[in-house]
Ligand binder design. Structure first.
Ligand code: ADP
Ligand code: MG
Length: 558
């Protein structure tokens, strides 16, 4: 039996594909520019092996020109170009990637910069254009050809005139509809913004002719308009530069340019990893709390680049919740992207990167704590709560990772201290790490329960945030020392008081019974306390849950 080929309604297939794989129309420009960049890269590789071609870096660029009257948008490159056959196979066959073939033929392994691989990006042009015309002349040929299609009824190819090699793509931009604005793709400043957003780190210059208004000398409103060719993209990504070539200002400028925040970063972390997983990252700890940080609206995440091309604005999987305040970007060559290049296919690589990033952030925070205490305390003031939240919510590995980053106010030091510092100061006869919960340091200082522990000369940590006690319950022990609330029944101070307590309780049996009757269901019991010194009375709990925790639990919605 002869096997038959599937038939496909290619017109419908194309439409379906284009409109279902891309979430945003503006992506078409990223795709066309990526193709242009690939075409120039191929020139570069060819020049490496072909002596008749010299790669003169200045001759290679990508140009974007919009014409509002003609409703045309033209993207030109000085890359390798396409022969008639190339046009036929690469643009005439959906899901045929000349770039992927090029990589295989030339045995280019990972680490090169060619972006294309799926053979669909080009067709994204039809999201914004009624008609696309590609005029191309391949290097080392004399003829040029013109490929033309309205995206629906197939395409035509005919001979054309073109002086130099390379490719020119002209989009006839769609008319506005009620739902959709297409005029924006003819607006120079909008186009510039799209280029900046997705293609800022394409390695060849992307040029535009922009209208500049220059003021006449001596006048503050009379001006002259002139067109000026500008290179829009920064080209060399800062994260690929050597760390010692970069100044603090470079990092601060990048933070501003990328709109990571309106503040200055408190600290930057530049990571270049070249091992089992390869990536570059520039991360920042902001100086101020983002205005929406402690709200539901806040979205954590890092920008994700694949080979210098922006893939995702906020990749949440790259950051654990307890480091959700970190801003920045990651670039990797090793990501397996899905066909729209917007999301990732499987996330093994991403998971490895995320794990690596997590431990880098942690060690950098520990360094900050060690070397720049003041800055760390500033950081902790803003984001300490997030760390404690991390300890509380994920008792797997977070606890271990984060407990050294915790700080609390100390009764004896009168400043923020770490658990490590506390434990190193503990007296020989001190069994527990003591803490006291309350609304503020002042309130805690006045707690009757504080007296006994303080009188022994023991340090007490002040817990003033809701989360503190819950987090510490998760930590449970630090360097084998248990935590103990000053309000708990057994403080582990003097054991020999037991008999005294008993006799006192017997002596005043009736008084206690009377008190209990008056207080009725407000308290469970009235007892002699071995914890009081100058105060006549205090409240105590006998379970694991302290009064402060109970208050919080009761305030929570069911
Ligand atoms: P991909 O880039 O994933 O390969 P595209 O649909 O974007 O898929 O492009 C299909 C193919 O068309 C490319 O692989 C390349 O061979 C060819 N091509 C597209 N644009 C250009 C260009 N500007 N110059 C040279 N070849 C191009
Ligand atoms: Mg492409």
């Amino acid at each position: 039996m002869t096997k038959k080929q599937f038939k496909a309604e290619s017109k419908r297939l194309l439409e379906m594909m284009i409109n279902s794989i891309y979430t945003q129309k503006e992506i078409f420009l990223r795709e066309l520019i990526s193709n242009a960049s690939d075409a120039i890269d191929k020139m570069y590789y060819k020049a490496l092996t072909d002596e008749t071609i010299t790669f003169d870096k200045d001759g290679y660029y990508i140009k974007v020109v919009a014409d509002k009257e003609k409703r045309s948008l033209t993207i030109t490159d000085t890359g390798i170009g396409m022969t008639k056959e190339d046009l036929e196979t690469n643009l005439g066959t959906i899901a045929k990637s000349g770039s992927l073939a090029f990589k295989t033929e030339n045995e280019l392994k990972d680490g090169h910069d060619i972006i294309g691989q799926f053979g669909v990006g080009f067709y994204s042009a039809f999201m914004v254009a009624d008609e696309v015309t590609v005029t191309s002349k391949a290097v080392s040929t004399d003829e040029a050809f013109k490929w033309k299609s309205d995206g629906a009824d197939g395409y035509t190819i005919e001979p054309a005139e073109k002086e130099s090699y390379g490719t020119e793509i002209v989009l006839k931009v769609k008319e506005n509809t009620e739902e959709e604005n297409y005029d924006e793709y003819l607006d120079d400043y909008r186009l510039k913004a799209i280029i900046k957003k997705y293609s800022d780190f394409i390695r060849y210059p992307i040029k535009m002719e922009l209208t500049e208004r220059k003021l006449k000398e001596g006048s503050d409103n009379e001006g002259e308009e002139s067109k000026e060719v500008q290179t829009i993209n920064s080209m060399v990504p800062i994260w690929r530069k050597n760390k010692n070539e970069l100044t603090l200002e470079d990092y601060e400028n990048f933070y501003k340019e990328k709109h990571y925040g309106f503040d200055k970063p408190l600290k930057h972390i530049h990571i270049s990893v070249d091992g089992a997983v390869r990536y570059n990252a520039i991360l920042y700890i902001p100086e101020n709390i983002p205005f929406d940080f402690y709200t539901k609206e806040y979205e954590k995440g890092l920008e994700l680049y694949s080979n210098g091309v922006l893939i995702m604005n906020k990749c949440a999987d790259l950051l654990p919740d307890h480091f959700s305040f970190v801003k920045g970007m990651v670039d990797s060559e090793d990501l397996s992207l899905n066909i729209s290049r917007e999301i990732l296919q499987h996330d093994r690589q991403l998971k490895l990167i995320a794990k690596n990033i997590k431990s880098k952030i942690k060690s950098q925070l520990l360094n900050l704590l060690k070397d720049e205490r003041e800055k760390y305390e500033q950081f902790y003031q803003s984001f300490g709560r997030q760390l404690k939240y991390g300890v509380y919510t994920d008792f797997g590995s977070n606890k271990e990772a984060l407990q050294d980053l915790l700080m609390f106010y100390s009764s004896t030091e009168k400043k923020m201290v770490t658990l490590d510092e506390y434990v190193s100061r503990m007296a020989d006869d001190q069994k527990y790490i003591y803490y006291a919960s309350g609304e503020s340091n002042e309130r805690i200082e006045k707690l009757p329960q504080m007296e006994l522990v303080s009188d022994k000369g023991f340090e007490v940590l002040y817990f003033t945030e809701d989360i503190d006690e819950f987090a510490i319950k998760m930590v449970a022990t630090y360097k084998e020392k248990e935590f103990k609330s000053v309000s708990s029944g057994d403080l582990g101070l003097d054991e020999d008081q037991e008999s005294k307590v008993e006799s006192e309780e017997n002596d005043h049996k009736e008084l206690f019974a009377a008190m209990k009757k008056v207080l009725e269901d407000k308290v469970k019991n009235v007892r002699v306390s071995k914890r009081l010194k100058t105060h006549p009375v205090c409240l105590a709990t006998d379970g694991e849950v302290t009064i402060e925790m109970e208050k919080i639990l009761q305030a929570m919605p069911d």
